[in-house]
Ligand binder design. Structure first.
Ligand code: UDP
Length: 238
């Protein structure tokens, strides 16, 4: 398989066409943005850590019967993925109250959410990713009713697989974001699962080991991402 020209470049990843129309290459870059792109930076090896963490978690999910777009790794920070039609919904799963949830609703930071809370955002830079509900997703023709119920069920299954796996590695998963796509008539997990898209807290200390380190200047971002990589992908050379 040959990597060809760039198709598009987002805030932290660049997607390339390949000589196989059914496969794309997704490059995880070292650049970082937060607050709708208002805060920008970059961190050495960040792309590598995120790619390795994502690959490991995609493999874990596949082993547990969840279809994902993951194919293989082309290099340390380049992932070969199936070409899918991305559904323009960001699915947020929340297990512990953090961030905006504690400002907008009467939750204390760190409070367990039982059952987990699923939220949908409309994936649109133009409109600033506004929160939507299922009726709005239907009205915007983002997905069908069947697809939405499939996505909901998949997100909850993914959550419980990740919670068990991360717990064994001393990590809490307060919340994270998923994206899904259509591939050969079925819904598959797409995008990434990494320190950029999850909140990871150390189980013992409660310390943030994710993009919040960058968002809120909490310390050494590379050290935090490396720590998560060490726990999730101990076999890599970090
Ligand atoms: N998230 C993400 N991309 C987004 C929005 C959210 O990866 O465009 C992730 C984010 O890293 C966090 C979770 O989803 O782990 C919840 O984020 P959200 O912005 O909804 O909540 P807040 O940070 O305001 O609590």
């Amino acid at each position: 398989m040959e990597k060809l020209e760039e198709l598009y470049s987002g805030k932290a990843k660049t997607v390339f066409r390949t000589d196989n129309p059914e496969k794309l290459v997704m490059e995880f870059r070292d650049s970082l943005t937060a607050f709708d792109g208002k805060k920008k930076s970059s961190a050495p090896k960040k792309g590598y850590y995120n790619a390795q963490i994502s690959a490991k978690l995609f493999r874990l999910l596949e082993d547990n019967g969840i279809k994902t777009h993951f194919d293989s790794m082309l290099s340390g920070n380049e992932m070969v993925v199936d070409t899918v039609e991305i559904i323009k919904i960001e699915v947020i799963v929340r297990n512990i109250a953090a961030g905006s949830l504690t400002r907008k609703y009467p939750f204390r930071a760190g409070e367990k959410l039982d059952p987990p809370v699923l939220l949908f955002d409309y994936k649109s830079d133009e409109y600033g990713d506004p929160m939507i509900n299922e009726d709005m997703a239907l009205a915007l023709r983002l997905a069908t009713k069947e697809e939405l119920s499939n996505i909901r069920e998949l997100a909850l299954r993914i959550n419980s697989i990740l919670l068990d796996y991360l717990d064994e590695r001393g990590l809490l998963l307060p919340d994270f974001k998923l994206e899904f796509g259509r591939h050969k008539g079925r819904i598959v997990l797409a995008d990434e699962i990494s320190c950029d898209t999850c909140r990871f807290w150390d189980k013992k200390t409660g310390e943030s080991l994710d993009k919040d380190v960058f968002r809120f200047d909490k310390g050494d971002l590379v050290a935090a991402y490396r720590e998560v990589a060490k726990r999730i992908v101990p076999e890599i050379n970090s």
